[in-house]
Write a protein that binds this ligand. Structure first.
Ligand SMILES: NC(=O)c1ccc[n+]([C@@H]2O[C@H](COP(=O)([O-])OP(=O)(O)OC[C@H]3O[C@@H](n4cnc5c(N)ncnc54)[C@H](OP(=O)(O)O)[C@@H]3O)[C@@H](O)[C@H]2O)c1
Length: 239
């Protein structure tokens, strides 16, 4: 049975990944920051013995090291860096805090720590477990808003955190190629989760559609795809 570790597994896209991989027979290490409040995840885990829930805040590098220590020697086929934030919620009340002229640098700090430092620290901590596995894949959920040529949004903190994540992971992809580890970035598409305002739900896709698409891409990745950036529907995204 292959194993996947997912960060931010208690809601949205991470919860859907947990559900779909467990249903496909995978062993899932489902990480979230507050398991005691993760009702939907706990309900899933209650019905699927192959889901193990772990407490993990990806901003807490000591906790990441501790968790990696506990899983030392256990192969992890896919490390899925999913946890991410767009900035303070409710989104519509705080957007100007990441706009030019009214920038709140503490928001940027928080977003970078979660979206950029978190995935790199996870990768550093769990690389041995991934290297010891059969599939050897490190996947980070990025966003097309991190693309410099494809789309421009005024959200400086969020967009730059994903651009930086992409740059970081293309460097890591080169570093880990010798160990035959595949590193890839995916965009889930505009998806109905807490991350987008409800007034935009009509333009967004369901988590089920997004995750189905991304699981297909992940399953078809080969070493030639390392360092790639792909949308949930298979389209390549311009840097
Ligand atoms: N939805 C979209 O349209 C969209 C588009 C492009 C990219 N994405 C990316 O998709 C990923 C998943 O987002 P989503 O749409 O599913 O949003 P979501 O419903 O808000 O879920 C985000 C998840 O990340 C977790 N998280 C946030 N900060 C964390 C931390 N410091 N440590 C551990 N977990 C943390 C959250 O946990 P809590 O419940 O504890 O807050 C939650 O489980 C993110 O990387 C996001 O940037 C989403």
């Amino acid at each position: 049975m292959p194993t996947i570790l997912i960060t931010g597994a208690n809601q949205g896209i991470g919860l859907e990944f947990t559900d779909q991989y467990a249903a496909a027979g995978w062993s899932v290490i489902a990480c979230c920051r507050t398991p005691d409040k993760a009702d939907a995840l706990l309900a899933l885990a209650g019905n699927s013995p192959q889901i193990v829930v772990e407490r993990l805040d990806v901003q807490d590098h000591g906790a990441i090291d501790e968790l990696a220590k506990r899983y030392r020697g256990q192969p992890i086929d896919i490390l899925l860096n999913n946890a991410g934030i767009v900035g303070p919620y409710p989104l519509d009340d705080h957007l100007e805090r990441q706009h030019f002229g009214t920038m709140d640098y503490s928001v940027w700090d928080d977003v970078l720590h979660t979206n950029t430092f978190g995935p790199l620290k996870m990768t550093e901590a769990f690389v041995e477990q991934v290297a010891a596995s059969k599939q050897k894949k490190i996947i980070s959920i990025s966003s097309s808003v991190g693309s410099i040529t494809e789309v421009t949004i005024p959200g400086i903190a969020y967009a730059s955190s994903k651009s930086a994540l992409n740059r970081v992971m293309t460097i890591v992809a080169k570093e880990l190629a010798e160990q035959h580890i595949i590193v890839a970035m995916l965009c889930p598409g505009f998806t109905r989760t807490r991350m987008i305002s409800e007034k935009h739900f009509q333009y967004a896709i369901e988590t089920n559609t997004s995750v189905k698409g991304m699981r297909k891409i992940i399953s078809e990745l080969t070493p030639d795809d390392t360092g790639s950036f792909t949308r949930y529907n298979g389209d390549k995204i311009a840097w």
